[in-house]
Design a binder for this molecule. Structure first.
Ligand code: LLP
Length: 429
């Protein structure tokens, strides 16, 4: 199991990212700041490549779309799972070849389809199509360009992934995919449409899935669907895209093991002569990043203390949105154990939901100017940040061994207003 601390450990009493002291990064770049470890992205990718030999792993760009991270993963042989024209643009800049890109999402616009069909020399590998109207539109757009789109129909297998309701996507009532009957109808329609080449089935039943059983149930359903479709389709299906969702450790969870996962994939599909695609996001990026923030104030109350830090919900919204757990780790190790008191770690934003941790046992030694790190912030951290409260977004730093690079600079006050200036009503400058 990859642990939140694996690439962010204490050395001589100081928190390090690989071989760089976090305090050194704070000194040069300021706080708050996201810090990533490059090896920490590569290790889980390699582990997946070993667990499922021959599988194509398309990194879910939505989990961490920093160009340096994408480029790192591209060079390591990963593909990309995208959900927007913006993510496609990032893939282009990071150099992903089209044959390693899959396009997911319920609401693709005609412009996004066009961009994907004309990506590189031959367009992207495939579109995961989620409804019949989407299929019709895709066929029209492709035909108008003189192209044929490779398609996987996204199946909604009605399986409970046993995860947070906001990140459950494969239940009948969810907006994602097609359930069995509509999918069979769409497959039939796909064969009639001139701009569509139906070649696969895709699923994604949810995120942060810890147990193997929902995966097993979903894979069994995909397997029977493929067998059923192959009996009626003119050409047999060529691939399945099994989505992302493999969970990680934030606290003390025991996620499914990759051996188990690989074995399940093998048992479910090895006899069907299919190429296997996957869309892992969090598994690759989750424990590859931390969020470093500086304590501004300690506020004591009889029941608990508040540590007010310079990072906030606009930087890392997961605790506010999902009540997610992230370890809070003092950068100076000696602050870890002494005189613990129940503590809320909160940001300066004007909402009670602006917290990173609640009633956490933290040392009363922690004081103004000290640094703390929130672990497991590599997935759905920086990508979900906003400028709420007119706070410039935090920078991102990538560590490789004993070097670090600012891979996204801190936003400035000018960045906050740039798109609003020079308009007729209020803009000056
Ligand atoms: N493929 C599709 C079609 C998806 O919708 C997602 C995530 C993934 C792959 C990647 O899933 P992963 O391997 O990362 O679990 N913001 C939430 C997570 C939202 C996940 C949305 N879809 C969070 O912070 O927990």
């Amino acid at each position: 199991v990859i642990k939140p601390h694996d690439f962010f450990q204490y050395k001589n009493g100081e928190l390090f990212a690989e071989n760089v002291a976090c305090s050194e990064i704070a000194k040069e770049v300021g706080t708050p700041v996201y810090i990533y470890s490059s090896s920490a992205f590569l290790k889980p990718l390699r582990a997946l490549q070993v667990a499922v030999p021959g599988g194509s792993f398309c990194f879910a760009v939505k989990s961490n779309s920093n160009l340096a991270v994408l480029s790192l993963l591209n060079r390591a042989g990963a593909g990309a799972d995208i959900v927007s024209g913006g993510e496609l643009y990032r893939c282009k800049l990071a150099g992903f070849p089209g044959e390693r890109i899959v396009f997911s999402g319920v609401g693709k616009t005609a412009d996004e389809m066009k961009a994907a069909l004309t990506y590189g020399e031959n367009g992207i590998h495939s579109f995961n199509v989620e409804s019949e109207p989407e299929l019709e539109r895709l066929s029209d757009v492709a035909s108008s360009l003189g192209k044929v789109a490779t398609v996987a129909l996204r199946y909604n297998p009605d399986v409970d992934p046993e995860t947070h309701p906001y990140i459950s996507t494969g239940l009948r009532e969810d907006k994602f995919g097609l359930s069995l009957e509509p999918l069979l109808a769409a497959a039939k329609r796909a064969e009639e449409l001139p701009g569509i080449n139906l070649k696969g089935i895709s699923i994604h039943i949810g995120s942060q899935i810890l147990k193997i059983s929902p995966k097993r149930e979903a894979f069994e359903k995909v397997r029977s669907l493929v067998i059923q479709l192959n009996k009626t389709l003119k050409e047999p299906l060529e691939f399945v895209d099994l989505g992302g969702g493999v969970g990680i450790q934030y606290l003390e969870e025991t996620p499914m093991s990759l051996e188990e996962y690989g074995k399940l994939v093998h048992e479910s599909f090895s006899d069907l002569e299919l190429d296997l695609f996957f869309e892992p996001g969090r598994f690759i990026s989750g424990n590859a990043g931390i969020f470093l923030t500086e304590i501004q104030y300690r506020k004591s109350t009889p029941d608990k203390d508040f540590l007010v830090v310079d990072g906030a919900m606009n930087d890392l919204i997961r605790p506010a949105l999902y009540e997610s757990y992230h370890h809070v780790v003092p950068v100076t190790e000696s602050h870890q154990k002494a005189d613990l008191k129940p503590t809320d770690v909160v940001g300066p934003v004007c909402e009670s939901g602006d917290f990173f941790a609640q009633m956490r046992a933290l040392s009363t030694d922690l004081k103004q100017g000290d640094l703390v790190a929130l672990l497991s912030a590599g997935a759905y951290g920086a990508v979900m940040s906003s400028q709420y409260n007119s706070r410039p977004r935090a920078p991102e730093v990538l560590v490789e061994g004993d070097r670090f690079t600012v891979v996204r600079r801190r936003e400035t006050l000018e960045d906050l207003v740039e798109a609003e200036l020079k308009n007729e009503i209020g803009g000056h400058a």
